[in-house]
Design a protein around this ligand. Structure first.
Ligand SMILES: [Cu+2]
Length: 225
């Protein structure tokens, strides 16, 4: 083999090796792109997937009295801007459409027994900030936030003043001075013992859209037996 042939073989080898390297690089880039895209989707739809899976197994549970009430605040539950309080156990699996007024409004009415401490767990998947809440606490509550460092609980005690807390909604029972602020993307927990049987309305007082004051959406009733 003379020098010229040797040089040609060398150049050809370099071209083939270079092409193969380029191909490997493109493939690797495509794969890592795709997995970061999947991670992004998972982060974006994590909350939604969470609520769907938590609602589905409870569809057929009886709406019996219980010492714990699990309530979700779902943005746009009844169509665009119709936010709602949703009771997991009475959700039929079909998303209602409040704006067209078709179908039956969802049932978010609660039944509890008087004299028994009831634990309310309100999970808010709405990320909107609609009001700055300032009030003196009459019913103590705890707000749970998920942060990069884990879950952070902030307790509010009776008599304490809440100042300019950024919230999406409230859980308010006007007749009983219950006024619980609900910040975006949080879980709010409080205990309450109803002393007198009767029917009490609960509602959101934050201007959050046409679901306000609409039974089955941002308004429901608590029957105390
Ligand atoms: Cu609201």
């Amino acid at each position: 083999m003379n020098d010229r042939v040797l040089l040609s073989v060398l150049i050809l080898t370099l071209i083939v090796a270079g092409a193969s390297l380029t191909q490997t690089f493109i493939l690797t880039a495509a794969v890592s792109d795709q997995s970061s895209h999947i991670d992004q989707l998972a982060a974006q739809f994590g909350d939604l997937a969470g609520i769907v899976s938590s609602l589905v197994p409870k569809q057929n549970e009886a709406t019996t009295q219980s010492n714990a009430v699990y309530l979700y605040v779902v943005p746009d539950f009844g169509g665009s801007t119709y936010d709602a309080f949703v009771l997991a156990q009475s959700f039929s699996g079909n998303a209602p459409n409040a704006s067209s007024r078709s179908g039956t409004p969802p049932n978010n009415n609660i039944t509890v027994t008087h004299g028994v401490p009831i634990k309310f767990v309100i999970s808010n998947i709405d990320t909107a900030i609609l009001q700055n809440f300032t009030s003196q606490v009459s019913t103590p509550f705890t707000i749970y936030n998920d942060t990069a460092a884990g879950q952070v609980a902030v307790q509010y005690t009776q008599g304490e003043t809440v100042s300019n807390l950024a919230i999406s909604h409230t859980f308010t029972v006007p007749d009983l001075q219950i006024d619980i602020p609900i910040p975006p993307d949080t879980m709010v927990v409080f205990n309450y013992t109803f002393n007198t049987p009767g029917v009490y309305s609960y509602l959101c007082t934050t201007p959050c859209g046409p679901g306000m004051g609409l039974s089955g959406y941002m308004l429901g009733y608590i029957t105390v037996t």
